[in-house]
Design a protein around this ligand. Structure first.
Ligand code: MN3
Length: 202
């Protein structure tokens, strides 16, 4: 398993004006690349070198103590960002359709209610972390948030939409105005990609 940094599925400036080009360049080329490099370095030469990150995150307690932190932080960070780029896109936004729309409406009452709950989770995450829409281990959709680079996979939940609320994700453009960044996110959500992940996870 030679992991590589996936290319963005769009240009660095494609999410302007909602997410700026410089942020995307640094976020993908420096932060995301660093999670991959540090994860790869941590497992190199161990029995876990060829394991999937997903399988390692699903049972961190099975790992040697010295690998748990690197897998949780850097392995988690690598997967979280893979998902993040995929669930955004240019000429996106709008509303979900199909099974995903049905599930959101039946779980949250409406798309607007879901957005409010998700935005509250994103704004309320103290310090660095993520807001998620997940398919719970027991089934059904839920909004969650996680600290640092903790992955929903650690709890057996499958992420279908994620928003990075680390300051590195928004500070160049929005400074301390995290709620403005969260609002802008809805204009770049690629609901088609989210629906594909939901279809695979449910
Ligand atoms: Mn990030």
């Amino acid at each position: 398993m030679a992991l590589t940094l996936p290319n963005l599925p769009y240009a660095y400036d494609a999410l302007e004006p909602y997410i700026d080009e410089q942020t995307m360049r640094i976020h993908h080329g420096k932060h995301h690349a660093a999670y991959l490099a540090k994860f790869t370095d941590a497992v190199k030469g161990t029995a876990y070198e060829n394991s999937t990150i997903e399988s390692l995150l699903a049972d961190l307690s099975a790992l040697p103590a010295n690998l748990r932190g690197p897998v949780q932080n850097h392995g988690g960070g690598f997967l979280n960002h893979n998902l993040f780029w995929e669930v955004m896109g240019p000429n996106a936004g709008g509303t979900p359709v199909g099974d995903l729309a049905t599930a959101i409406n039946s779980t949250f009452g409406s798309l607007d209610n879901f957005k409010t709950e998700f935005a509250t989770a994103a704004a309320g995450r103290f310090g660095s972390g993520w807001a998620w829409l997940v398919v719970k281990k027991a089934g059904g959709l839920a909004v969650t948030s996680s600290a640092n680079q903790d992955s929903p996979l650690m709890s057996g939940d499958k992420p279908v939409l994620g928003l990075d609320v680390w300051e590195h994700a928004y500070y160049l453009k929005y400074q301390n105005r995290r709620p403005e960044y969260i609002s802008a996110f809805w204009s770049v959500v690629n609901w088609k990609a989210v629906a594909t992940k939901f279809g695979a996870a449910k």
